[in-house]
Design a protein around this ligand. Structure first.
Ligand SMILES: Cc1cc2nc3c(=O)[nH]c(=O)nc-3n(C[C@H](O)[C@H](O)[C@H](O)COP(=O)(O)OP(=O)(O)OC[C@H]3O[C@@H](n4cnc5c(N)ncnc54)[C@H](O)[C@@H]3O)c2cc1C
Length: 432
């Protein structure tokens, strides 16, 4: 673990803790009055939920066992793709566009680069499946800028790529890369600046009382009462709620690698190399933001591991498999040294839809997670939606709600379509 220095305004929990009292700030007509709200988990989902709840006027405490900006959570990596394409689905693209606006607003207020257009995002299409063709149709219908490139255009626009066998490419000129950890830390700074509190502590699962949780217990035994609780604990969620989430959210260790950019070769720089996604190959990558390494990673599912038990070591087999994919598509990187290696966790649901729902028996408790390798970009809107649900703001919730019950806590069938991978997020059950 890389230790994180708490920023100013972060409380390292040492003695019994009370949430800060509600402060009299104006609230919108649709909210239900001032509440004390505890958000557990300061990844992208919990941080943005806390920020939106605070902006709605509530007293908010955000708690994380590994501290704000930690590198063990799924949101603590260098970079995350923000892209509109989601096959035929038209809900995720609208969330992504709304969220990108919010990331950019945060970038402006933080005075720090959080989004890198990087020359857009290019999808290497295939004739074997319809993801790119359906995405093209959806984005065009939604008025989101999108282009179709021929193989020759692809070769001209991405000089480092070997385009052999790629029939066409889908290009999203307004998509790109988010600098993940700095972006979450900037949102945490906003939360503090706007009156929210951040506490470093581990929350132990507590017994419910009278249909609600009412109280949680911190690792030093201190109780913490609140009117509502949001648990946004990423890959740790199944540990906290094993009966409810043990089968719905499965943590998979994912290996991340940066391959050294050959000296003097500028083909991997942002603007020369867009963010690229090989949906069929289940492989994606970024340009080199630091001029040293270019990130190239598998999107196929890694081994199932509990985050607390994992040695967090990148497997040699992943590096070898990645080299063979690079040899085919980016031969200039294939034999380069790995200059950075990293692991983090996909919290995988069977259908790759997130979980954003009220606990079935605890009326004051909400669960947010199941990012399945594609939630980071949506973080601001996930937080906005959660805040509307938790505070009973029906108008805001209905404006943001999907057209179906995709985020509900319920058993789900398998689907392959929302990650940057054409492979199933979990084995597709065979017909009996
Ligand atoms: C390799 C990789 C690549 C990805 N690529 C993309 C991408 O390109 N685009 C994209 O949009 N998404 C991507 N994702 C997915 C995205 O990063 C995650 O879905 C998202 O970051 C999950 O955020 P979260 O807030 O749910 O969880 P996390 O970020 O994991 O945060 C959970 C927090 O809860 C805290 N916690 C846990 N238990 C407790 C407890 N008991 N008490 C107190 N605190 C607790 C943890 O310390 C942690 O900080 C990728 C994920 C991975 C792993």
């Amino acid at each position: 673990m890389v230790p994180t220095q708490p920023r100013r305004g972060t409380t390292c929990h040492k003695r019994p803790h009370q949430t800060t009292p509600c402060v009299p700030v104006p609230i919108g007509a649709d909210t239900i009055g001032l509440m004390r709200i505890v958000v557990v988990g300061a990844g992208v989902m919990g941080t943005w939920a806390a920020l939106w709840l605070r902006r709605a006027g509530h007293s908010v405490t955000l708690i994380d066992r590994h501290g704000p900006g930690n590198r063990l959570c799924s949101s603590g990596d260098e970079s995350r793709i923000t892209r509109s394409s989601h096959g035929a689905d038209r809900h995720y693209p609208t969330w992504q566009r709304r969220a990108l606006e919010q990331w950019r607003e945060l970038e402006r207020s933080a005075g720090e680069k959080l989004f890198e257009p990087a020359g857009g995002v290019v999808w290497l299409a295939s004739e074997a499946q319809t993801f790119e063709a359906e995405s093209y149709e959806s984005l065009a219908a939604l008025g989101i800028p999108v282009e179709r490139w021929t193989t020759d255009e692809l070769a001209a626009r991405v000089p480092a790529l070997n385009p052999d066998g790629i029939p066409w490419a889908l290009f999203e000129p307004e998509a790109g890369a988010l600098f993940a950890r700095p972006a979450v830390m900037a949102a945490q700074d906003r939360l503090r600046a706007e009156g929210g509190e951040i506490v470093v502590a581990r929350v132990a699962p507590s017994a419910a009382t009278e249909g609600g949780l009412n109280r949680i217990t911190l690792d030093d035994g201190a109780p913490l009462d609140a009117d509502a609780f949001v648990f946004a604990c990423g890959p740790w969620l199944p540990d906290l709620f094993p009966d409810l989430l043990g089968e719905l959210i499965v943590p998979h260790r994912q290996d991340v690698m940066h391959f050294a950019v050959p000296p003097g070769d500028d083909r991997y720089a942002p603007g020369k190399l867009p963010v690229w996604i090989d949906f069929d190959g289940s492989f994606y990558g970024f340009p080199s933001f630091d001029g040293i390494g270019a990130k190239a990673c598998p999107d196929w599912l890694g081994p199932i591991e509990r985050p607390d038990d994992s040695a967090r070591e990148v497997a040699d087999e992943t590096i070898e498999a990645s080299r063979s994919l690079l040899r085919r598509r980016f031969p200039g990187l294939a034999d380069q040294p790995v200059v950075r290696r990293w692991t983090c966790f996909y919290e995988v649901t069977p259908d790759a839809n997130f979980v954003i729902d009220r606990h079935p028996t605890l009326a004051d408790t909400w669960i947010a997670g199941g990012g399945t390798g594609h939630a980071f970009k949506h973080g601001p809107v996930i937080g906005e939606y959660l805040a509307a649900l938790v505070t009973g703001n029906a108008r805001a919730a209905s404006e943001l709600a999907p057209p179906d019950d995709r985020f509900a806590l319920r058993p789900r069938g398998a689907s392959v379509s929302f990650r940057t991978s054409g492979r199933a997020p979990s084995p597709i059950p065979q017909e009996p």
